[in-house]
Structure formats: structure tokens, C-alpha cells
Design a protein around this ligand. Structure first.
Ligand SMILES: O=c1[nH]cnc2c1ncn2[C@@H]1O[C@H](CO)[C@@H](O)[C@H]1O
Ligand SMILES: [Zn+2]
Length: 359
């Protein structure tokens, strides 16, 4: 008899998370304690439960730009080495407690320069935190780091170089984040060219708040390995009156090349990229066997965990354990760590974990 798909069973299932922002996943209580230590006085409330609700409500705005405004508070309280170590350690602990066995966690080092720390000090503090968190937890987890450049700022190359400099110290790739409309990825072609020449990996937030041209540039001009969100790829998928589905050239390229889509259902509902979880394009894209992965984006702002995202999809689409295993294997195949390590996690952790739940 397969194990019933309760929230607790889903929590126990091995999960892989490729798209999670460090500065979007703080515990509300930690935000309050850090604000107190650092002397940050702009928080809307100092009650942990009320603060958690405030972040979710403020982010639930129908607009990416407004969603992003809430990060002023999390970045505001993370302006010291100790704060960065603590936030990273807690992220590793929280993900491990949620049954995540491998996660790629991303953040933009430049957002912590106001603290007076150098970019290197920022990266080293976060790495120290991840290592601490990995050791502190009963559940085994491995964290890889992605460094983001902010789209609205200059200097993407500087962050790309930083990612390559720390590639043997746990940084596994690069990303660009921030407002999508008005800041196309082709603004920083030198960064992507550099990364390709260094045989380095990167993903690009694309097709979240802007449509197909953003996805096309990310793939065909920048050469991205994966798409952050990529939801708007459905604009290139049409259904005829008789119900037959037509996949356009760009969507066909994405599917044929197995370009991973880092989909984040709850976040997309908040920013208006999808109307509801039930109407989220993840259902259609999964039916069409795109390389779909499921992610949290921002656990604090979107009020979710990897398990709750899986749970919401089970409720909306009737997915079973084999579907959750498929998302998990897709994510593991798409990770930026080496092939041997990915294969070992698939064969030694993921498949046995789901086999037990399905038996
Ligand atoms: O869904 C998103 N789309 C674009 N940018 C985002 C999203 N979530 C967070 N960030 C941005 O990424 C920065 C680094 O972690 C965050 O500070 C936030 O501004
Ligand atoms: Zn994101």
C-alpha cells in the first residue's frame, strides 16, 4: 500500500530545490532579533507572527516590483558578517528539516556592501553559515550557492567573476534577479560570455514579469543553462478549437533541449504571473513533459516551504508520488553540481526514498 500523501509524508519525501533566495527565506523571529542587534528600526511590527503575515500580504501585490520592495527589510537586517552566517545556517537547517536533500540557494552579494564588508567577506560569511547549518541538522542536506547580480544595477561581470573565484568553495553558479521589465539580460552580455568561457553554469530569471522576448534573449543571446520561472513560455503554446496543442518554435526549443524550468507556483500567484495554483501553467507544461522543477522562490514572502508547494500541486492537479519523484529527479538532473554527485543522489537517496513511499 502506498503511503497516503499527507503533509507529513510529503515532508519526509526527499526533495530537491534549485530556486530559493537566501534573503527571501528568513525566519520572522530572526528578522526581529537581527533588527534589534543591528539597530534597524524600520520593521512594520516586532511581533513574529504578525511580521510573517505582513511579508506575505505585502508581497501579495500582483506586481513583481512591489513584491521586491519587501526585501529592503530582510537585506536591511543582514548587514553584518554574523547576520549573514546566522541566516545561512538557519536556511540550511530549515530546508533540511523540510526534507530537502539538495538545495541551490541564491543571493546578491552586492546588496550587503552597505555593511562595509567586501564582496569576498560576504561570500565567505554565507559559505560559513551553510557549512554550519549542514552540520547542525539531523537530516542530511547539501547546499550549493548561486550568486546573483541585480538586473537594475551595473557590474554583472564583477559578480560573475566572483562566482568563478569561489567555484571550488561551494558556489555552483550565477543568476540575474530583480525587476525583469526594462532590464533585459542582453544588458550584460559580457558577464555571460565570460561565464561560458570559464565553463561555468548560470540561470536567468526570465519569463516571470515579462514574456517570450525575455526568455528568447536569455537562451539565444546569453546561453542560459536554466530558466528562473520561465512561466511565460506557455505564451508559445496554443490550443486549437479541437483541443490539440501546438508548440511554437521557442517552446519547442526549450522542450527539445530539456532546458529546466525553475517554477515557483506560490510566488507566481503573488506577482500576478499566474491567476491561481490550479490555473498555473505548470499543469500544462508537466503534461507536455517540459523539464519542469518545483521551487519555493522566497519562503518568507511567499509563505511556503518545498513541502507546501508540493502539497499545493497535489491538491490542485492530483499528482501522486511518481509525479513528485519526477519533479525531484528533474531538479537533481538540472543541478549545477557534478554529474557523479547528481547521479549518486538520484540513485542512493531520491529513488529509494520514493520507492519506500510507493511500496
Ligand atoms: O521572483 C523573483 N524575481 C526576480 N527577482 C527576485 C525574485 N525573488 C527575489 N528576487 C530578488 O533577488 C534578490 C537576490 O536574492 C532579492 O534581494 C530580490 O530583490
Ligand atoms: Zn527568484
Amino acid at each position: 500500500m502506498p503511503t497516503p500523501m499527507t503533509p507529513e509524508a510529503i515532508r519526509r519525501a526527499p526533495k530537491v530545490l534549485l530556486h530559493d533566495h537566501l534573503d527571501g527565506g528568513l525566519r520572522p523571529n530572526t528578522v526581529i532579533e537581527l533588527a534589534d542587534t543591528i539597530g534597524y528600526t524600520d520593521l512594520p511590527t516586532t511581533d513574529p507572527a504578525a511580521l510573517g503575515t505582513w511579508f506575505r500580504d505585502a508581497a501579495d501585490s500582483g506586481s513583481l516590483v512591489r513584491y521586491l520592495e519587501t526585501f529592503a527589510h530582510t537585506c536591511g537586517v543582514m548587514q553584518s558578517e554574523q547576520a549573514l552566517v546566522r541566516v545561512a545556517a538557519e536556511a540550511a537547517e530549515d530546508l533540511a528539516a523540510d526534507g530537502v536533500v539538495y538545495a541551490e540557494v541564491r543571493y546578491a552579494p552586492e546588496l550587503f556592501e552597505p555593511s562595509g564588508l567586501s564582496l569576498e567577506q560576504v561570500v565567505e560569511a554565507v559559505q560559513e553559515g551553510f557549512r554550519l547549518g549542514e552540520r547542525n541538522t539531523g537530516n542530511k542536506i547539501r547546499i550549493g550557492t548561486l550568486l546573483c547580480a541585480m538586473r537594475q544595477n551595473e557590474g554583472w561581470l564583477r559578480i560573475a567573476e566572483l562566482a568563478v573565484r569561489y567555484r571550488d568553495a561551494g558556489v555552483v553558479g550565477f543568476d540575474i534577479a530583480g525587476p525583469e521589465a526594462g532590464f533585459p539580460p542582453t544588458r550584460g552580455l559580457d558577464a555571460f560570455e565570460y561565464l561560458r568561457q570559464q565553463n561555468a553554469h548560470f540561470t536567468i530569471h526570465a519569463g516571470e514579469a515579462f514574456g517570450l522576448p525575455s526568455i528568447w534573449e536569455a537562451i539565444q543571446h546569453c546561453g542560459t543553462d536554466r530558466l528562473g520561472h520561465g512561466v511565460r513560455i506557455v505564451d508559445d503554446v496554443t490550443r486549437d478549437a479541437d483541443g490539440s496543442v501546438h508548440i511554437g518554435r521557442l517552446a519547442g526549443f526549450v522542450r527539445d533541449k530539456r532546458i529546466p524550468l525553475e517554477m515557483c507556483p506560490s510566488s507566481n500567484v503573488q506577482t500576478g504571473a499566474a491567476k491561481s495554483i490550479a490555473e498555473h501553467p505548470i499543469g500544462l507544461l508537466t503534461d507536455l513533459r517540459f523539464r519542469v522543477t518545483v521551487n519555493t522562490d522566497n519562503r518568507l514572502m511567499s509563505g511556503c516551504t518545498m513541502s507546501s508547494e508540493f502539497g499545493a500541486l497535489v491538491d490542485a492537479f492530483g499528482y501522486g508520488w511518481s509525479d513528485l519523484q519526477w519533479f525531484t529527479v528533474n531538479a537533481m538532473k538540472s543541478a549545477f553540481i557534478g554529474f557523479d554527485e547528481r547521479l549518486a543522489l538520484i540513485n542512493e537517496v531520491i529513488k529509494p526514498g520514493y520507492a519506500e513511499l510507493m511500496a
